[in-house]
Design a binder for this molecule. Structure first.
Ligand code: AMP
Ligand code: MG
Length: 363
């Protein structure tokens, strides 16, 4: 009898210990799950626009604080107006070793300029300034003024130096490589800087262990992974003719970047509307029949550069470009309110009421 009693006692103790362990494990599991759903946000005004950053998980708070520093660093290098920035120094004719960020964003932009046959041209700054898009003091330049300024616009004249051809490993270093432009030529990275910044912030978040985040950089959206509940991120695409959206994209690990003629414009003394995306072939606002272009892809810098370039190119050339490349998807809205989407978006794009999307297919 005492033996059975002892055995029962041991059994009971084992059961209690196991129950406690199970409870501890469950609590830890639930706590971890809860922690991975904890959201942290940060809002900033940078690069002339509002950034709203959202990230999930225990590492997110510190990672977002680091993002703020990274944005400040990039702006101080890439801003065309900030005294002492790499771009400003290049534009002033200084010869110096640029940061690897400056080098990287400029080489990406030049590749896109080449591929889009100059529809994207980061040497447009003097023309943009003449229109007042850099200062807000808008005016319509004379055709002759534009012609004279266009003499100094040509992305092919940007020189990359500093032993680039000797570098076999492809790793960039700060302060080694140089970038220079002929006298009178000036760079502006307005068409690509936000996309590049998004790429840098996502890399930083990944490095710090964040797996779920959504970054809104002045309307450009870049997402990391999926939502903590395992569903795709839902990103609304703005209706260029009104305040609402023309549909919603469901995406994971993608950039969604839009260029539209409604984003920055002025009404001239002649009553016409002039917007901020210029055609480098004549220096006038690109009048290609498109009201907005949204590019969806893996890399922010590519999507940003392309959204601007495809806007300049117009629908036919944009479709042709997409058919030749196929490493991104796009959504085009024409001035007469027709919506076109490439076939890769059929499963992940839902139109808002009143909109219908015609599908662009590959050949
Ligand atoms: P996004 O909003 O990305 O289309 O970029 C527009 C900005 O890029 C403008 O505010 C200008 O600073 C600059 N920009 C305008 N047209 C061009 C162009 N054709 N190529 C390169 N940059 C441009
Ligand atoms: Mg762009």
């Amino acid at each position: 009898m005492p033996h059975t009693h002892k055995l029962n006692c041991v059994r009971r103790t084992v059961c209690v210990v196991m129950a406690v362990l199970i409870l501890v494990f469950c609590a830890a599991f639930l706590q971890r799950r809860q922690a991975s759903k904890t959201v942290y946000t940060k809002e900033l005004f940078a690069m002339d626009t509002f950034f709203a950053l959202r990230a999930y998980g225990p590492q997110a708070e510190e990672a977002l604080a680091a993002c703020e520093g990274r944005v400040e660093e990039l702006e101080s290098l890439l801003s065309v107006t900030r005294e002492g920035s790499d771009i400003r120094r290049i534009n002033q004719g200084e010869r110096f070793g640029v940061s690897k960020d400056t080098f990287s964003v400029i080489t990406s932009a030049l590749e896109l300029s080449e591929e889009t046959e100059g529809a994207l041209d980061i040497t447009l700054y003097p023309v943009l300034r003449e229109w007042g898009f850099t200062t807000g003091e808008y005016r319509i330049p004379q055709a002759e003024e534009l012609q004279a300024l266009l003499e100094k616009v040509d992305y092919r004249a940007v020189s990359l130096g500093g032993g680039l051809s000797d570098r076999v490993d492809g790793d960039l270093e700060d302060g080694v490589l140089t970038i220079s432009v002929p006298e009178g030529m000036e760079l502006d990275l307005g068409a690509v800087a936000k996309g590049y910044t998004g790429d840098c912030l996502l890399a930083l978040l990944r490095e710090r262990g964040v797996t779920s985040a959504m970054l809104d950089l002045g309307g450009n959206v870049q997402v990391l992974g999926e939502k903590p509940d395992g569903s795709a991120w839902r990103v609304a695409v703005r209706d260029p003719f009104g305040g609402g959206s023309l549909g919603v994209l469901e995406i994971r690990d993608k950039a969604v970047i839009t260029s539209g003629n409604y984003e920055r414009y002025f009404v001239g003394e002649d009553g016409n509307i002039y917007w901020h995306i210029l055609d480098p072939s004549d220096g006038y606002p690109a009048d290609s029949g498109l009201a907005a272009v949204t590019v969806i892809g893996e890399h922010g810098v590519q999507c940003d550069g392309l959204s601007t370039a495809l806007f300049v190119m117009g629908k036919e050339a944009a479709v042709d470009y997409w058919r030749r490349h196929r490493d991104f998807e796009m959504l085009l809205v024409t001035e007469d309110a027709h919506l076109y989407i490439t076939e890769g978006l059929t499963e992940c794009f839902t139109c808002s009421e009143g909109w219908n999307a015609e599908i662009i297919r590959g050949n």
